[in-house]
Design a protein. Structure first.
Length: 288
């Protein structure tokens, strides 16, 4: 039995581009792993089969971890995977996508499948747009639907305060409320990447953008959570992904007190080297 961490992410930048005939939107996003994590417990079974259990996430075949494991578990082998959640579900923090990516990496290593990282990335992209990012970690650019991942230089170290307001925002609902007009803030991925290369956190934060904020910040519950973080001394409060979680860089003035239904976490950016080292304790990293 082996217990492996599965880390969360925040979106430092998210621009929604045109909608394709398929109904899916093209995006540009910059993702960053953070130290908050779930844990996955892998237990080989004496008989063939796959069992996925979780205290909060969907059970069995409804879970993305099941779908990931089914793609890579050798025929005739048995595996039980227990997911212990600390990352809120449906919060925009990529918990399910991270769980799926770690499952691909661990089972590939455990059973000596020898899939290259590029092959795992293709499997990951079929599972979900955020899944390939968690084969990279650190700071990375996501293009197309987000599944085309290009590693970027690591962002400067930073503490991060996360506030999950106790409810999720459905991705379809978030896109449905999105207004792609010329009145959106004039922010570009080039501006953000230029700031990242300067390696100055204040410039990076000033260049952050998330196209979902205009609509989602209209929700009174999220607006209340944003106001709370502002009153704790955070000058800027951001939305991660299309979910409901808010994040702010730095430290609060004092201890962040909980309110009804809120989940508050204080964490930090997890650079790529630490991300890979943390997972590398439990698996052999595949070749590119």
């Amino acid at each position: 039995m082996v217990t492996v961490p599965s880390f969360a992410k925040v979106n430092l930048y998210l621009r929604v581009l045109e909608r394709e005939a398929s109904g899916y939107h093209l995006i540009q996003t910059v993702l960053q792993t953070v130290a908050l994590h779930d844990t996955l417990v892998f237990q080989p079974l004496p008989q063939p089969g796959l069992v996925v259990e979780s205290d909060e996430a969907p059970q069995g075949k409804a879970n993305i971890v099941y779908r990931a494991a089914a793609r890579i578990l050798p025929e005739g082998k048995g595996m039980r995977i227990l997911i212990r959640k600390r990352i809120p579900t449906g919060a925009g923090l990529g918990g399910g996508s991270s769980n799926a990516a770690v499952t691909l990496l661990f089972l590939n290593s455990m059973f000596g499948r020898k899939y290259r990282l590029s092959e795992l990335a293709r499997m990951a992209g079929q599972l979900g747009a955020d899944v390939p990012f968690f084969l990279t970690g650190g700071t990375a650019l996501g293009q197309h639907y987000g599944e085309q991942v290009i590693p970027l230089p690591d962002a400067p170290p930073s503490r991060v305060a996360l506030l999950y307001p106790g409810f999720a925002v459905a991705t379809a609902e978030a896109y449905g409320n999105l207004k792609l007009t010329k009145e959106r803030p004039d922010a570009s991925i080039q501006d953000f990447c230029y700031s990242l290369l300067n390696h100055k956190l204040d410039l990076i934060e000033a260049a952050m953008n998330n196209d979902f904020e205009g609509a989602i910040f209209q929700d009174r519950r999220i607006a209340s959570a944003k106001g709370f973080l502002r009153r704790q001394g955070f000058a800027r409060v951001h939305l991660t992904g299309s979910g409901s979680t808010l994040f702010a860089l730095g430290r609060p003035r004092g201890k962040l007190s909980l309110r009804g239904g809120w989940e508050v976490r204080q964490t930090r950016f997890l650079p790529r080297s630490q991300y890979r080292r943390s997972l590398g304790k439990f698996l052999e990293w595949p070749q590119c």
